[in-house]
Write a protein that binds this ligand. Structure first.
Ligand code: KIV
Length: 250
């Protein structure tokens, strides 16, 4: 398992992060050799079918973090702090400790919540930051960091995250040149999603990169498999076999 203290290596070699939420897929991701599994609050959308990531709380996240840890005990598990759990530093520390007790190796939180990050890191909780598009609070899903004022603000936030003790940061749906600038400005690895190639690693949502749902896809995602097609074919074959009395065989 890659420890938080070893993240420096990803300034030199690409970091592969995938979201994963349950036992069987965490096991597959570990077997595939990902560097880290993010139990993202995106599970609200892709697993629970909710409209917003705001729909999950610590108890729901804890259930999935524990399942992912059971499936991938030798892989670095990043646990996402759900909406509302990280605004108050003391609450953030309690939540972070809960995730670590379940077996997570680090936690991720959205935005430049510097007091919460400082409180968590001073309690020995490794924290991954998250800048750019912040789904918990975003008003729109357009690319972030295009204009110079926004770019400067993102650069300042990235540097502040590092000062507060962040060990890495996700850059989501960020203008590619801004993501490249941030990556060169900070000593910790940047993990892009829709942030171009000039970042230190990539993260994608499991259900997108395995093609587990039909379109529409986020514009920056790519399906590397067609699990929706494979699962549909299997389920259809099962229905037919039962109706035609072919299963169970005599
Ligand atoms: O929750 C999540 O899956 C995320 C990724 C999009 C980075 O935060």
């Amino acid at each position: 398992m890659i420890k938080a203290s070893e993240f420096g290596r990803f300034k030199r070699t690409p970091m592969v992060v995938a979201t994963g939420y349950d036992f069987p897929f965490a096991r597959i991701l570990e077997e595939a050799g990902v560097d880290a599994i993010l139990v993202g609050d995106s599970l609200a959308n892709v697993v629970l079918g909710l409209d917003s990531t705001r729909g999950v709380d610590m108890d729901i996240m804890a259930l999935f973090v524990a399942a992912a840890v059971r499936g991938a005990g030798n892989t670095h598990i990043m646990a996402d702090m759900p909406f509302g759990s990280d605004t108050d530093p003391a609450k953030a520390v309690a939540g972070g400790k809960r995730f670590l007790q379940l077996g997570a190796a680090s936690v991720k939180l959205e935005g430049a919540k510097l007091e919460a990050i400082k409180a968590m890191t001073s309690e020995g909780i490794p924290v991954v930051g998250h800048l750019g598009l912040l789904p918990q609070t975003a008003k729109s899903f357009k690319q972030v960091g295009r204009d110079p004022a926004e770019r400067d603000e993102l650069l300042r936030s990235a540097e502040a995250l590092v000062k507060a003790g962040a060990i890495a940061m996700v850059l989501e749906h960020m203008a590619f040149d801004t993501a490249s600038l941030v990556t060169r400005a900070v000593p910790v690895p940047t993990i892009g999603i829709g942030a171009g190639r000039e970042v230190d690693g990539q993260v994608l949502v499991l259900h997108d990169f395995l093609g587990m749902h039909p379109a529409p896809f986020p514009p920056f995602a790519k399906a590397f498999a067609d699990l929706h097609g494979a699962a549909l074919a299997g389920a259809t074959a099962y229905c037919r076999a039962v109706r035609e009395r072919l299963f169970p065989a005599q």
